[in-house]
Write a protein that binds this ligand. Structure first.
Ligand code: CA
Length: 242
């Protein structure tokens, strides 16, 4: 199993990776968020992510990783408070380990998230549908690995934030994402004062995609992307909310 260990403390990283290698893992190390993004190309099976990094907040990095790769992320941090934990899980972390942790427990958790992910992928493979890693919402094709979006096969020229925003919504077509959550994931910041920014990005995204109704506004709650097979007749006004 290939692990990507993101840890800025070089001594901690070296000690941890030597233990993990002794347990049979193939370990890649990254000491900064920039490093970590570069090393996604090594196609890790699980990422261990330290939240306190010098160049970027680990939460932001987690959001970025989840936008481009479907790889389990275990956050490793000294921050033991519940709010950090909830925030991390909202950003798509699969698990959360607080320092100091027991190595046996960490290894067990690595195996659990990896097994859970393979099982989910196995279920996905049984379904007819788009190839793995490509999310489809109506006429819009989104390729998270290549960060490419096409509409009816024609590339849409999205900015980074527009792409990230679409990726969040496309994760679960038909499900309403709250504005607070979208802002937290795309801009890594809190709700206060950022409502307008979100509205502007949704408007420009709609203008670029030119697919009527692909991004629906759910008044007072947030946004959702149309389900792949279009809105069923008589659907309840709200539906599931994330
Ligand atoms: Ca650190």
């Amino acid at each position: 199993m290939r692990l990507l260990v993101v840890e800025d403390d070089i001594r901690v990283a070296a000690a941890l990776s030597s233990v993990l290698r002794r347990h049979g893992f193939h370990v890649e190390l990254a000491h900064t968020a920039g490093d970590a993004l570069d090393r996604l190309d090594t196609d890790p099976d699980v990422i261990l992510l330290d939240l306190g990094l010098p160049d970027h907040d680990g939460f932001e990095l987690c959001g970025r990783i989840r936008a481009v790769r479907d790889v389990p992320v275990i956050m490793v941090t000294a921050r033991s408070d519940v709010r950090s934990r909830i925030h991390g899980l909202h950003l798509g972390a699969d698990d959360y380990v607080v320092k100091p942790y027991d190595l046996g427990e960490l290894i067990a958790r690595i195996h659990v998230v990896s097994r859970r992910r393979s099982a989910a992928q196995g279920r996905g493979a049984d379904r007819a549908g788009p190839p793995a890693g490509v999310l489809i919402a109506g006429r819009v094709h989104l390729d998270p690995q290549r960060r490419a979006v096409t509409v009816d096969g024609v590339p849409a020229n999205l900015t980074r934030k527009e792409f990230d925003l679409l990726t969040v919504l496309a994760r679960e077509p038909g499900v309403v994402f709250r504005r607070e959550q979208i802002i937290s994931e795309v801009w890594n910041t809190s709700w206060q004062g950022n409502q307008r920014t979100l509205e502007v990005h949704v408007a420009s995204l709609r203008a670029k995609l030119k697919v009527p109704g692909v991004i629906e506004t759910v008044r007072g709650v947030g946004y959702r992307i149309a389900a792949c097979d279009g809105p069923p007749a008589g659907r309840p006004a709200l539906g599931p909310v994330r």
